[in-house]
Design a protein around this ligand. Structure first.
Ligand code: ACO
Length: 326
């Protein structure tokens, strides 16, 4: 069986930074509350004229250049996002246009914060079966455009940004060792953007009532997040014949430091081997893992042969994890 490996990474964070202290001036909150409850210190905000595809295009150009490739060398593009440019066409279509290419299959994946892991699992299968040779996978969001800036329980949590990886068939030992993914649609109402789709198309009322923004029952989501992040990590490790002790770097989805701490504890991963960036970027949903991966690569935290674990949980609910040898 062919194995899939990541040959390049790239990321882009919008210029504007909003700190917890800035938020203190917008809603009834404090830096102390946000830091102790979540671990977040600041987040990046996309500009008015910056759509999700714009962030992906910038990150993709970096990844392509690093791999010494041109966009025409790609066989496919998958964008994981819950904040697409439009309902249709897909954000991936805009990325294809922005990269100056046409003709290849491109599509979006919607699995909230687990989106990147889902997209990785799909790309892995496409490469393993020989359907495609080289795929660009992105995780990207502009969540701050769908935020209710009067709701302190959600507006402090999210940030914008894009991370991409380029995947191709491996010619050595490195590559994806296992993937695990799951979902439970019965719990969808706990974390939802209620309006804007066919269930509740946009009206004056939906806009007035801020139903186009994130609605979350944080406490309930927290409990499920701990359970399923841990289960996903354990299942991906088990499928690869690994334990938490084999992990050189754990890159989790980063919605809340306390969720990560629980996962690390139960999966028996060394906390020092967990890569945390939530303080700098907040929760970028599908963007978090690929952005954190790119940051870790840039900081020289990953060396050839290292065993990596990704794990995520998000709206849907969805969850997933992947192990790979770098
Ligand atoms: N500043 C100050 N006080 C606040 C704030 C704030 N920003 N937000 C809420 N509070 C208050 C609440 O009003 C409440 O006050 P009360 O006790 O007087 O009623 C108190 O703080 C506690 O609120 P909780 O919601 O219970 O706080 P909690 O400790 O649960 O933290 C949080 C909230 C951070 C959202 C947490 O529940 C969490 O991380 N949940 C999981 C998020 C997650 O994993 N999401 C999945 C991925 S996201 C995606 O898929 C798009």
């Amino acid at each position: 069986m062919k194995q899939t490996k990541i040959i390049s990474t790239g990321s882009y964070l919008p210029e504007k930074v909003l700190t917890n202290f800035d938020l203190e001036k917008i809603v009834d909150t404090t830096d102390e509350w946000i830091t102790t409850r979540t671990g977040i210190k600041e987040r990046h905000l996309a500009a008015e004229n910056e759509a999700t595809s714009d962030l992906v295009i910038k990150a993709a150009k970096i990844a392509l250049e690093r791999a010494n490739l041109e966009a025409k060398d790609l066989d496919g593009i998958i964008v994981a996002t819950i904040t697409p440019d439009n309902t249709y066409p897909s954000t991936a279509c805009w990325v294809e246009k922005g990269l100056g290419i046409k003709g290849i299959p491109v599509f979006d994946v919607s699995a909230a914060c687990t989106g990147f892991v889902y997209a990785l699992a799909i790309a892995d299968s496409l490469i393993k079966t020989g359907t495609m040779k080289r795929i660009l996978v992105a995780g990207a969001e502009t969540l701050t455009k769908f935020t209710n800036w009067e709701d302190r329980s959600t507006c402090v949590l999210f940030g914008d940004g894009a991370g991409v990886v380029i995947l191709e068939e491996s010619d050595d030992e490195s590559g994806i060792l296992s993937t695990f993914w799951g979902a439970d649609g019965n719990l969808g109402e706990l974390l939802i953007q209620p309006a804007g789709g066919s269930k509740m198309p946009p009206t004056e009322e939906t806009v007035k009532n801020k139903l186009h923004t994130v609605h979350m029952e944080g406490n309930k989501v927290f409990r499920w997040a701990v359970r399923y992040m841990q289960e996903a990590a354990e299942k991906a490790l088990e499928k690869a014949g690994l334990t938490g002790e084999d992990i050189d770097l754990f890159i989790p989805h980063q919605a809340n430091l306390r969720i990560i701490e629980q996962t690390v504890k139960y999966a028996k991963i060394d906390p020092k081997k967990t890569y945390i960036v939530i303080d700098k970027i907040a929760n970028i949903s599908a963007g978090t893992i690929p952005i954190a991966l790119d940051m870790a690569v840039n900081e020289g935290k990953i060396k050839k042969g290292d065993i990596l674990l990704f794990a995520a949980f998000g709206g849907g609910f969805t969850w997933g994890a992947a192990t790979l040898r770098w």
